[in-house]
Design a protein around this ligand. Sequence first.
Ligand SMILES: C[S@@+](CC[C@H](N)C(=O)[O-])C[C@H]1O[C@@H](n2cnc3c(N)ncnc32)[C@H](O)[C@@H]1O
Length: 227
Amino acid sequence: MTAPVGTAPNFNRLAAPYRWMEYLSFGPALERCRFHFLSRLAHCRSGLVLGDGDGRFTARLLAAYPDLRVHAIDGSPAMLAALRRRVAAADATHRLTTETTDLRLWSAPSAPPNPSLPFTPDCIATHFFLDCLTTLEVARLARSLSALAAPGCLWVVSEFAIPARGWMRPLAAALVAALYRAFGWLTGLQPQQLPDHPTALAASGWHCIQRHRHLGGLLVSELWQLR
Ligand SMILES: C[S@@+](CC[C@H](N)C(=O)[O-])C[C@H]1O[C@@H](n2cnc3c(N)ncnc32)[C@H](O)[C@@H]1O
């Protein structure tokens, strides 16, 4: 597998304004997308949340399900600090572990329990994170996660998308290109197009069991399951 090229993006200076930037640009739409499948995780006990940024999903997940533990991984120490503050406000710090890592290089520990991942996840969440990776990097991550996850593990994905046809297609293409330019400038993010995450996940044993489109297909919430 090709090693990741170049440095990882740096989201540290976006940690504080990130939520407001999102609300000002997309209103509540991204929030709806993130939480669309939350109720499907009610039975889960061990969550792995990748690239959750300021932790709004992790905090709400832990608040919703008191028997759930979460391990959250992000490359940005400032984002993880914001995540921990939010989880502390939800009084759930004792059910959270965090790890600062470049997820392009991350390999799941092969023999949990492990200090860096103290459980086998039965649910995984990536919200607007896979779009920070190339298709090859998503494929590598998906393989690693299928080797680690419990049988039947659920993976909730939120992403931007460019619909194949319809009135939203040109608008979505322009918006996604503008977002990549902005994040490239603000964080040094190198990828400049959406990865083909459905192909990468399917090739690693994940099966998409539900998909919901928001804003005419500009946003998708997906629920994947390990076969
Ligand atoms: C666009 S933000 C999305 C944040 C949040 N999940 C959301 O729903 O808005 C991407 C997040 O992924 C993290 N990230 C991006 N590339 C990464 C990498 N290679 N390794 C680890 N974290 C990364 C960033 O630090 C940031 O917190």
